[in-house]
Design a protein around this ligand. Structure first.
Ligand code: MEV
Length: 299
């Protein structure tokens, strides 16, 4: 029997633009998905905590198929539990995929290194959802703060992080397709927006190394303006973002594909409670989280 867990994530900068090869920066957060694999039984059985989300099982099935390229897996039970809200931009699909591949790698002694697990998880996401960047799977495998496509890993950020959850589920694939259609219609205009988002992530690396959270927040706000221009913000997310800023967040923006899901604010740790309350009053739920250096781990 092997149990592995992998974290969710927030994007500080760069969602959508990363799909076109621009730079993005994401942080692993302390919400996790745990996958337990047991050999034996008759056939392959998945007991998923995502009962109300049958969409997660394809990720687990595809992850098993990928590992089956290396070892013969016939009889297996897989149990999944998770604290990451689903379909919310917090990387729940990546976490279940990474934790499944990690657990199978250990149980069947496949010998994949972390970089190879991240790559296999990315290929799994690509096959299941059609479009994906390697951000979610890389940060979930490595932990800390990651820069994609460079695949750099920096330590976790050490300011307060507050997440607002609209509870409105969204499809990443659909949002990516909408942005792609806009880009195809206005390549000159939207191409410029993607370039600007990429520039923000380039500036972001240095600011993260200097722990300059005020400037990081300022650039998150600029990034949000550009995401708004891509049409991925909904009014409920705007309410949460403005509530966070009004209550002293250094910066606040959508995290992930948008169209629902979550926003993220960074702030002085002393302000977390006040900002979480303000977000919750504006719309939906909120919670305080931390950035973590723990990526994929064997328990
Ligand atoms: C989804 O969490 C973020 C997007 O950039 C898609 C991706 O990076 O795979 C919209």
């Amino acid at each position: 029997m092997t149990i592995c867990s992998a974290p969710g994530k927030v994007f500080l900068f760069g969602e959508h633009a990363v799909v076109y090869g621009k730079r993005a920066i994401a942080c692993a957060i302390d919400l996790r998905t745990e996958v337990e694999v047991n050999r034996g039984g008759n056939g392959i059985h998945i007991h998923s905590a995502f009962k109300d989300d049958p969409d997660k099982n394809p990720y687990i099935k595809m992850a098993i198929k990928k590992v089956q390229q290396y070892v013969d897996i016939k009889n297996l039970s897989v149990k999944v539990s998770s604290t990451i809200p689903i379909a919310s931009g917090l990387g729940s699909s990546a976490a279940v995929t990474v934790a499944t591949i990690g657990a199978l790698n250990e149980e069947f002694q496949v010998g994949l290194r972390k970089e190879e697990i991240a790559l296999m998880a990315y290929q799994t996401e690509l096959e299941v959802q059609g479009a994906a960047s390697p951000t979610d799977t890389f940060v979930s495998t490595m932990g800390g703060t990651v820069i994609v496509p460079d695949r750099k890993v920096l330590p976790p950020i050490s300011c307060g992080i507050v997440v607002g959850h609209t509870g409105i589920s969204k499809s990443t694939a659909r949002m990516v397709a909408r942005v792609r259609a806009l880009k195809e219609k206005y390549p000159d205009v939207i191409g410029g927006i993607m370039d600007s988002i990429g520039c923000i992530s380039v500036r972001g690396e240095d600011l993260i190394k200097k722990n300059d959270y005020r400037s990081i927040g300022e650039l998150m706000n600029v990034n949000q303006g550009l995401l708004d221009a891509l049409g991925i913000t909904i009014p409920e997310l705007s309410l949460q973002i403005h509530a966070a800023r009004q209550h002293g967040a250094y910066g606040a923006k959508v995290t992930g594909a948008g169209g629902g899901g979550c926003m993220v604010a960074i702030c002085d740790e002393k302000k977390c409670k006040e900002i979480a309350t303000a977000i919750g009053r504006s719309y939906g739920d909120s919670f305080i989280t931390r950035s973590t250096s723990e990526g994929l781990i064997i328990k």
